[in-house]
Design a protein around this ligand. Sequence first.
Ligand code: CUA
Length: 389
Amino acid sequence: MSAKKSTSKEISHNPMKQRVFNTPRILRHTPLILLTAILTSCATGRIDPTDPVGENAKQIDGIMRLSGYMATAVGIFVAIAVVVVIVKFREKPDDDPDELPKQIHGNRKAELTWTVIPVLLLVFLAVVTIPAVFDLSGKSDGRTIQVEGQQWWWQFSYDVDEDGIHDIVTANEIVIPVGEEINLDIRSNDVIHSFWIPQLNGKKDAVPGRVHHWRISSPVPGIFYGECVEFCGLSHANMQMRAVVLERDDYEAWVQEQLTPATIPADTAAKRGYDLFGRHCVSCHVVNGVYESAGNGNANLTSGYAPNLTHLMTRTSFAGSIFEMYKDDGSVNIADLREWVRNAPENKPSRPDNRQGMISFAETLSDSELDDLVTYLLTLGGPPPLMPS
Ligand code: CUA
């Protein structure tokens, strides 16, 4: 086909060519676009999939790296092949433009080669991956912790004496002993969520009506950060969590503390807060030993559950783990805690009118009542066995 040679004047009048002519501007912005993408994906900062700590996470990381190396090798091979073909088969000055180069369509040897090599690579990856998938889903001999995802936080329940009763119920922070493969039974109380603490294991969905089994473990003590990774509504991004891995003695001490019920405070301001709690908070929240009758299983929330607050101050964070409970100097982050109690929907997008999340007390509680309520909350256990570093 002998195409008419176009002049530069025609280029500027042809809309298609005009678009091609504009590409450099997009290219100029590429670094900015990439930088934005990288920075936004790192927004949570402490959630690190590139630094596996637990056995399960290391297993996944090994497969990820293996497939990454293979993909890189294939990518480099293809890139080189493309360049070779472009250079070798480019139109040369003495070529006849109407004459096609030698065609290889239907060449059995070539087609077999580029079919068999990818098949072998994929079979190899499957042989490595499939046993790992089953292995990661298997149960260990260790203890089992119940995990419930809900809008927009996580509940963890422990059956310490294995009588089928949840002796410990906590929120957002799963506390486990070091060096033990912990079984997780993951459920959802409302919509689909996904449990992910990347340094300890991969992702596992929490699906309503199903129980998904998973395991986490860490050979070292520490705090490991995770989040919900299945879009689950307004505050999906604010549905974070932490795994607190403790030395065995510290873990036993934590269990004993969690098993201790709360008592009615003696301090006057805290007692006033305790009474306010009984009036405003117990339709959703439980405090073991003092406010147990109402609370969880209530009709005020889609999920039916709000965090059990018995040992609130033993946690390092609150409100779906988006606020730090303690400041760097170890003192309580009273400002955020008070602000959260005052107007939760303003501090974390939620839909209390739709039974999703905590209601606002901005119109209900006076400043001094808020102070008393927070004073009461400060009596609920603590400090945490391990602080974020
Ligand atoms: Cu829960 Cu996203």
